[in-house]
Design a protein around this ligand. Sequence first.
Ligand code: MTE
Length: 324
Amino acid sequence: MLIKRPEDIRPSEITDEAVFRSRRTFLRTAAVAGVATAGLGLAATRGVRALATHPDVAAGEKIPNVVESAYKVDEALTPFESVTTYNNFYEFGTDKGDPVARSGKFEPRPWSVKVSGECEKPGEVDLDALLAPHQLEERIYRLRCVEAWSMVVPWVAVPLGPLLARFAPTSKAKYVAFKTVYRPDQMPGQRSGFIDWPYVEGLRIDEATHPLTVLAVGVYGQVLPNQNGAPLRLVVPWKYGFKSIKSIVSIEFTEKEPPTTWNIQGPSEYGFYANVNPEVDHPRWSQSRERRIGELFRRETLMFNGYADEVASLYAGMDLAKHY
Ligand code: MTE
């Protein structure tokens, strides 16, 4: 994502690092991944279970009552260790290893998300209510980063659309704007002026309420680790990873297209839509192929990250080279 000094970080460096890490990770964690995958199968077969209504869950704890979702890709999962150690979360630094190394002091609880703007019932998202029984689904999604690496991640998530509907958006609500928490005392990256903090993102309302769009509260059946955006983050699987904003404290319905962090940083490189599109290159590298973390060879990037059947109709008639 670094855009200021191309010499600082080139796609080739990024992917080499990814391959290096994934080889290392593979050797070290083949056993762990096996265990995690087996655990996942077990969780899936359990289905809906009667459990505590107010789980006071902490990082690393299993989230109870996760229901298997039909929204899952049938591809090898990226090992837990890679998903939780190779991260982009600039609030903790620009290196992929910074989020796990530097997020230990971050306190994801207590937490509240303010919902405001063009809606009849402004209020707050109740995090504990999100974790209540029968709400959470396991969604296995591809995550394609704009830097041309990708993962397959089992998120524990709630669909965003029904959640937004509770706040009764008005007919003026054309977009949804999201904001990350601003806590420079706990997020060392925010003490630098590299980004105009807080990190902000936005979606058109039909994108935000699309059935594929979720708020994730966990990963691999566990409470979301800080480095992955605790306690809740967006996941929009057909868009480049930077749309999936982490540690959200504000959701606002707006009439106008909201500003988004990477578009502010480099408008010629990062657009508002950020749909995964192998045919529209980043100005400094191709987007036609990607390196799946843990694999040696690159694979072809799929239109809308493989979710074209579900989402292509949202963009009918739009010039996707212009609206990148
Ligand atoms: N959200 C915030 N607040 N800050 C960030 O730096 N990075 C984005 C996105 N959300 C980012 C963020 C990018 S570039 C990616 S690829 C994904 O988070 C990475 O999510 P992951 O670390 O869980 O894989």
